[in-house]
Design a binder for this molecule. Structure first.
Ligand SMILES: NC(=O)C1=CN([C@@H]2O[C@H](COP(=O)(O)OP(=O)(O)OC[C@H]3O[C@@H](n4cnc5c(N)ncnc54)[C@H](OP(=O)(O)O)[C@@H]3O)[C@@H](O)[C@H]2O)C=CC1
Ligand SMILES: O=C(O)C1=N[C@H](C(=O)O)C[C@H](O)C1
Length: 268
């Protein structure tokens, strides 16, 4: 059995800790490095100390130290951090699984360019359930293309810094693409005051932030006399971690290229 040597960026973050636990629990993966920003109080500590089972891998802020001996970097941090990691990984042939959300167009273009030098899975949601939900939305959008208003509602924990969520935006893109619309033109991201009547071609977004909500997404197709809601709810971040490990296994025989979770899960 080949054992995948995986480093984790944002090692002390919510997803970082979950990933370190999942890597330790899987038979075919080993934690080979842990990275965090220099300001982090966890730099220099064991990557799994907060899980109560030290693994002998220290959290480093120096890329070369953190990534020496790693074939993969799983990155759930912030766009500015992921882009720095990306540059290093592309240069050193380290494959990346990028779960960070909130990239602008330039950031997404940088990821696509780096994928010419190394293999990358980039997706706003690594869970099987959300990616199957995206397929359901393609089907639903075809059937509700006329006479149904489309609204996307997402809820996350109080610490989330970007809105709408990457998953909600992806849902909007999938629906807009299916309907031949451009999300940049039809997306409505806030409403306040006298808004006028709803444009029937619009796709609306609503954001809720509170407590410890892991991640809920609902797409509402509201017609006359009926409405349909397609909902996905995450009850644990473990689903994102397991999806990330599936992504690493998928990249094992790829040298370059940009992939998403549809590729990993065979959903295209
Ligand atoms: N694709 C998916 O399936 C999922 C994606 N996400 C996305 O992953 C990202 C992280 O989420 P979460 O783990 O909850 O966030 P956290 O804030 O808990 O963790 C982020 C980690 O990244 C570190 N960090 C912050 N800024 C930088 C930087 N500039 N460079 C490098 N590292 C940095 C943080 O360090 P410090 O704490 O010291 O600031 C922390 O260790 C978000 O974009 C979120 O939307 C989340 C879940 C699932
Ligand atoms: O920040 C989070 O927590 C999550 N972020 C991702 C997103 O923005 O879609 C995925 C998931 O919803 C959890």
């Amino acid at each position: 059995m080949t054992v995948l040597k995986i480093a984790v960026a944002g090692a002390s973050g919510r997803m970082g800790k979950m990933l370190i636990e999942a890597i330790g629990a899987a038979e075919d993966t080993v934690l080979s490095g842990a990275l965090d920003i220099a300001e982090s109080p966890f730099v220099g500590t064991d990557a799994a100390a907060t899980l109560g089972k030290p693994v002998g891998v220290l959290i480093e802020s120096d890329f070369a130290k953190a990534l020496a001996g790693s074939d993969y970097l799983i990155d759930f941090t912030r766009p500015e951090g992921s882009l720095k990691h990306l540059e290093y990984c592309a240069e050193h042939g380290i494959k990346m699984i990028i779960g960070t959300t909130g990239f602008d167009e330039a950031g997404k273009a940088a990821i696509a360019a780096a994928a010419k030098k190394t293999a990358i899975v980039f997706a706003p949601n690594m869970s099987v359930g959300v990616n199957v939900t995206l397929k359901l939305l393609e089907m639903a959008a075809k059937s509700f293309s006329h006479g149904y208003d489309i609204e996307i509602i997402e809820a996350h924990h109080r610490h989330k810094v970007d809105a709408p969520s990457g998953t909600a935006l992806k849902m909007g893109e999938v629906i807009a693409d299916t309907l031949g619309r451009d999300l940049n033109e039809v997306g409505v991201f806030s409403r306040e005051g006298v808004t006028g009547e709803r444009d029937p071609s619009s796709i609306g977004f609503a954001t809720i932030r509170g407590g410890d909500i892991v991640g809920d997404h609902t797409v509402l197709f509201a017609g006359i006399g009926e409405r349909v809601e397609i909902t996905h709810k995450s009850s644990s971040r473990v689903t994102y971690a397991h999806g990330s490990l599936r992504a690493a296994r998928f990249l094992a025989d790829k040298a370059t290229g940009l992939y998403d979770m549809y590729d990993v899960l065979g959903l295209h």
